[in-house]
Design a protein around this ligand. Structure first.
Ligand code: SF4
Length: 166
């Protein structure tokens, strides 16, 4: 491709000033080029409670290609906002704002906003228990991953053709 092409860059919100600067520079100095676009994304911290997902810390993330049992194990070990035992959780309620199970569901795997709001309430009231919520999360994630794999399988030949891979 020799001619200028439109560009969309996925970034975190903190990168917005760079995008704006690039757009201004393009407007000013690069006539005939497309103004670069961006999509803004939330970044999920490591599911084990670490600051970010990192390859050197395999429990901080899972991929859609790894064995389902491994994904399940990592979600079971994820950081929650739960208390140290059931009695305390019922008494004090959980802290969903700190919980990676809640965040995973909110960011990707639960599309029903009303259910998310109800679960938040149930958690802080001490009605929802982490074990049950983790199992629910695992069920949703595994279903999502299995569907994703099926779709990928169907489109693999087409993708190879587009990329000229034999
Ligand atoms: S009940 Fe759910 S949302 Fe609340 S802390 Fe436990 S896993 Fe997180």
């Amino acid at each position: 491709m020799e001619n200028p092409q439109p560009t969309i860059v996925p970034v975190g919100i903190d990168q917005d000033p760079h995008i704006r600067l690039t757009r201004d520079l393009t407007r000013r100095y690069y006539k005939g080029y497309f103004i670069p676009g961006a999509t803004y994304h939330y970044l999920l911290a490591g599911i084990d409670g670490s600051d970010k997902m990192a390859k050197r810390n395999p429990n901080s993330y899972f991929t859609f290609n790894e064995p389902l049992e491994s994904i399940e194990k990592k979600i079971m070990g994820a950081l929650t906002g739960g208390r140290k035992n059931k009695k305390e959780q019922q008494k004090l309620g959980g802290e969903p704002q700190k919980c990676m199970i809640y965040k995973m569901l909110m960011y990707t795997f639960e599309e029903d906003d009303e259910k998310l709001a109800n679960d938040f309430e149930s958690c802080i009231k001490g009605e929802l228990m982490c074990g049950d919520h983790k199992r629910e999360c695992i069920e949703k994630v595994l279903k999502f991953v299995e569907n994703h794999r099926k779709k990928k399988e169907k489109l693999l030949d087409k993708a190879k053709k587009l990329l000229n891979i034999d």
